[in-house]
Ligand binder design. Sequence first.
Ligand SMILES: C[S@@+](CC[C@H](N)C(=O)[O-])C[C@H]1O[C@@H](n2cnc3c(N)ncnc32)[C@H](O)[C@@H]1O
Length: 286
Amino acid sequence: MTDTGFDPRRLKALERAGFNRIAHRYAESAELRRAVNQALLTAARLQPGLSVLDLASGPGLLAHAAQEALGPAGEVFASDIAEQMLVAARNTRPHAPPPAARAAMHYVAADAEHLSLRDHCVDRVLAGLALFMLPHPERGLAEMHRVLRPGGVLALSVWGAREDVPLIHCAQDCIARLLPPPRQARPSVFRFGDPRQLEHSLQQAGFRQIALQRIDFDCHFSHARDYWQAFLDLAGGAAESLSRLPEATQDRLRDEVAHELSRFRQSSDKAGYLVPATAWIAHAVA
Ligand SMILES: C[S@@+](CC[C@H](N)C(=O)[O-])C[C@H]1O[C@@H](n2cnc3c(N)ncnc32)[C@H](O)[C@@H]1O
C-alpha cells in the first residue's frame, strides 16, 4: 500500500465483489452502450475460424458476438475476475444460434493482469470498458500483447474525457458532494480519456498500427431513478460500497442525482432524459 491509500489487491477484491453483485443485471444496462460494442467489434475485424480472447468479458456480450462471427471453426475465451459475470454469460443467451453454427466457448475466471493463457495463442483480444479498471493497466496491456500471435489484433474501448461523459460523472459528482472520500482510493475511469495517453500506453506495450476512433452517443432514461440504476449496474466496486450505506443516505443520493440530471431533461416529444457519453475505440496490432 502506498501513501495515497492505493492498494491494488483490495481494489481488485472490491471490483470483483461489486461486479459479482451486479452480474445478473449488467447485460440489461449494457444495451445503452450498444454503439460502443458495435464499433469495437468492427475494429476487431473478426473472421471465421479465428481464436479470440474477450478480456474482462462481463456477461459476455462481446464474446457471444464473436462466437457467431467466428463460426464453428473458431474458438472464444471469455475471461473475467468476477465469476458471477461468467455464470451470467453462460446462462443469459436468449437468441443464441445452435452450437453447430458457433465457435467453441471457454469461460476462464482470471485477473486480466495475470492470464493463464499461453504466449501467442489467440488472433484477437477484445477488451470492452476494462483497461481503466486495472490497478496496473500496463500489466494488462503486456498480457494482451503476450497472448496475441504476432500480427494479431487488439480492439478495446475506454471512456472519453470526464467532461464528455455525464453518463458517469453526474452520479460521481453527487457522490463526491454527499459522501466523504472513499477509504479505498480508486483510479479514475477517465484516465484513458485523452487519446494521446491511450496511444502512448499501447505503444509502450509494444503495439503498432494504432488507430483510435471517437464514439459519441446518448442514453435515454425515462426517469432519474433509471439513470441511477444504470450507474449502479455499471459501477462495480463503487456499487459495492454504495450498497453498504444507510437507506436514508441512499435516498438523499437518489434525490441529488435527480436534481443533477435536470439539465438533461427533454423538453420535446421524447420525455425523460437524454444523457451524453463519449468512448474511444482502439485498434492495435501486436
Ligand atoms: C465495465 S465492465 C465491462 C464488461 C464487458 N467487457 C463489456 O464491455 O460489456 C468491466 C468488467 O471488468 C471486470 N474486471 C474488473 N477488474 C478486472 C481484473 N483485474 N481482471 C479481469 N476482469 C476485471 C469486471 O468484473 C467487469 O465484468
